[in-house]
Design a protein around this ligand. Structure first.
Ligand code: NAP
Length: 318
């Protein structure tokens, strides 16, 4: 049972991969009470959060719920804000992100931590299309104008993408892993289900040290080729890289993506951006998250912990 005198932190998207990690870390610290926001307080995930000691409150992580959100943020000292996956051409992400932040400020929250990404539009002068990066950066710009202490975390590519969104397929005895990144280009990856919480706990525990900063959360930098070599070693399977770095390559591997050509463009745009410009802008402290959380999972540790053998795995609420 958490100490009723402990400061209250609201976690938006509490059943998400990021959100669950934040709830876990804040509750485990014993330093915070947690109010967990979800569409459905009766879902298995929400009941698990409740059993762990979170106060579960029904608010959708969707635009147009400003009043409900403001009520949900009342009496909280801190808030972790995130946006769910939003497919283009929707501009919901920007609107929702701003609504979350505005509601938190209206309710009197002192410190907000928003999960953002780089502004790809600005960094590439419009050359690459990745609205789910740019819209988060635009929300961050909005938050910078608000009268609230704010900190931004920036998650790397999720290890979970290969399990959840871009799973392998079998060709004979070979496990084929399609990647939207070139085989030998390294990029930052992370396990959002365990790495988000320690970073947010650190930030909320020392707000003065983290005012206004943007902090990458990184498990490790590695290339698809290295990931596949590790996958083979851990699973004992013969595994191969498949190039999904072009529109045609991506849709050939994931034909279901063809129903939304803009989503294909966005995936390719994001990947080309990361290769040409670097996932994180120059000057970001990519060592910080490991320094405050030395146990952050490597890809190999993630594979061993999940016991993944190549099938599609959902990390959504069960
Ligand atoms: N994949 C990557 O490599 C990567 C890297 C960096 C950042 N990101 C960003 O991370 C964010 C997603 O985080 P995540 O993967 O941790 O989230 P997630 O696991 O997909 O969970 C999203 C949560 O949002 C709620 N939700 C989902 N769809 C909804 C809808 N239509 N209406 C209302 N609520 C909805 C659900 O909560 P309830 O059902 O409980 O309400 C769900 O638990 C995205 O903004 C993405 O751009 C992703």
């Amino acid at each position: 049972m958490s100490d009723l005198r402990a400061p209250l932190a609201v976690v938006a998207g509490a059943t998400s991969k990021q959100g669950r990690s934040v709830v876990d870390s804040l509750l485990a610290s014993g330093d915070f009470r947690v109010r967990a926001l979800t569409r459905d307080p009766h879902s298995a995930q929400a009941r698990q959060l409740s059993a762990r000691g979170a106060e579960v409150v029904a608010v959708p992580l969707a635009r147009g719920h400003r009043r409900q959100l403001t009520d949900a943020f009342r009496s909280a000292q801190a808030a972790f804000l995130m946006t769910p996956p939003v497919a283009p051409p929707s501009d919901d992400e920007y609107v929702l992100g701003c609504e979350l932040a505005d509601a938190a400020v209206e309710a009197g929250v002192e410190h907000v931590v928003f999960s953002t990404l780089e502004n790809v539009d600005e960094r590439t002068a419009g050359r690459h299309y990745a609205p789910h990066f740019t819209d988060k950066a635009r929300v961050a710009e909005h938050i910078r104008t608000l009268p609230v202490t704010h900190t931004f975390v920036m998650l790397s590519f999720f290890y979970t993408n290969a399990l959840e969104y871009y799973p392998p397929h079998m060709e004979g005895d070979t496990t084929v892993l399609p990647f939207y990144l070139p085989e030998h280009v390294r990029a930052p990856f992370v396990d959002p289900t365990t790495a988000t919480g320690p970073a947010v706990l650190e930030v909320l525990s020392r707000p003065d040290s983290y005012r206004g900063v943007s902090l990458p959360i990184v498990g490790e930098f590695l290339s698809p080729g290295e990931m596949i070599e590790i996958y083979s070693r851990v699973t004992g399977q013969h595994a191969e890289y498949r190039d999904a770095t072009s529109r045609e390559g991506l849709v050939a591997c994931f034909p279901e993506m063809d129903v939304n050509p803009l989503l294909v463009d966005e995936t390719i745009g994001m990947a080309h951006y990361a290769v040409e410009y670097g996932y994180f802008a120059p000057g970001r402290d990519v060592q910080w998250s490991r320094a405050i959380d030395p146990t952050a999972r490597s890809w190999e540790q993630f594979l061993r912990a999940t016991d993944w053998r190549g099938g599609r795995m959902s990390f959504a609420r069960s």
